[in-house]
Design a protein around this ligand. Structure first.
Ligand code: SIN
Length: 324
């Protein structure tokens, strides 16, 4: 049976157009159909490619409904015996969030590879075509590893990253993504992957849901969880407003080793007492909160703030739905 890679279009700068003078500014993300992005891109030997436009947006505007739809579409394709892997074209701005969300809710037997671009498709020298070629090649190469469990991958700038660690850390350069001190899982070299280490679907940090639950997820709205960053001059009023508005969960991106401004402590205590779920992590770009052995605080998570928000939301989402 011919094996297929399904390419799902979500929009982003990779599908961006309308930039004046070929620059990488002033364009609109999500203008070019995913089918058109594939023109001239080599398909890995032995595979066919099919496409589906799932959304066409600037990923800064991603919401629960887009994720719900994407999870359903992914799950349906992954269940087909001829489908070897998925490639998702996506904006860079919330790419790591979508990657972590999919890691939490999809079955992990087949490769799911997200890719993107920092320059619009109509730029003088766009990075999207090479990234898309690399993503297809990485999807095929990972499929050939026949892994039982495969992490959701991000391919950009010639590097392969795992959803758990990847982070956008530059607003302009083409080498915009990093997995911090761990480095990438591998590098793309002329259509082949040079793996730095064997990819594994196991995460060091538990996802918010048992895996493979995308098909059962209720239609949004999902529980309301915000990231709030502690900082010099932090004022309690901002948390008071969220409480009054009915927030269900807060991820506090703490300073340094997850510390929180004294001005927030009392209102956070009230939030907990009112049933709001509070998680705490570090706002530092690298590393995790370190706790004394045997005195671990269950509120502390090793996830980066915006991924922690997803995991807490999925945990809250699961409570009423699984108990019902
Ligand atoms: C987006 O995230 O959709 C726009 C920015 C980008 O893709 O680089």
């Amino acid at each position: 049976m011919q094996k297929n890679i399904v390419v799902l279009g979500m929009g982003g700068t990779i599908a961006g157009a309308g930039n004046p003078g070929g620059t990488a500014l002033g364009y609109q993300a999500g203008k070019i159909a995913v089918q058109a992005l594939l023109q001239g891109i080599p398909v890995p030997a032995g595979y066919g490619v099919s496409v589906q436009q799932v959304a066409q947006l600037d990923s800064k505007d991603m919401d629960d409904m887009h994720w719900w739809t994407l999870a359903k579409v992914c799950t349906q394709h992954l269940a087909q015996p001829d489908v070897a892997a998925l490639v998702i074209t996506h904006g860079t701005d919330t790419l790591e969030e979508t990657a972590w969300f999919l890691q939490c809710v999809l079955p992990l037997g087949k490769p799911v590879v997200l890719t993107c671009a920092m320059r619009p498709a109509t730029a003088l020298s766009p990075d999207g075509p090479a990234n898309l070629r690399d993503a297809l090649a990485c999807a095929a190469a990972t499929h050939q590893l026949a892994l039982q469990s495969c992490p959701v991958l991000v391919v950009a700038g010639g590097e392969v990253h795992a959803a758990q660690w990847v982070r956008k850390e530059h607003p302009y350069r083409m080498q915009a993504f990093s997995s911090g001190a761990l480095g990438p899982l591998g590098w793309m070299e002329e259509g082949r992957v040079r793996w730095a280490c064997a990819p594994s679907g196991e995460t060091l940090i538990p996802p918010g849901l048992p895996l493979s639950l995308a098909m059962e997820m209720p239609v949004p709205p999902w529980p309301w969880v915000e990231v709030v960053a502690s900082h010099a001059g932090a004022r309690p009023e901002v948390l008071e407003c969220l409480l009054a508005a009915g927030i269900q969960g807060m991820v506090v991106a703490g300073t340094g080793n997850g510390t929180v401004h004294a001005a927030w402590l009392e209102v956070l205590q009230r939030a907990r007492a009112a049933g709001v779920h509070v998680w705490r992590c570090t706002r530092c770009a690298q590393g995790q909160v370190v706790q004394p052995a045997g005195q671990e605080d269950a509120e502390v998570t090793a996830l980066a703030p915006h991924k922690a928000r997803i995991s807490l939301m999925l945990q809250l989402l699961q409570q009423p739905w699984k108990e019902a």
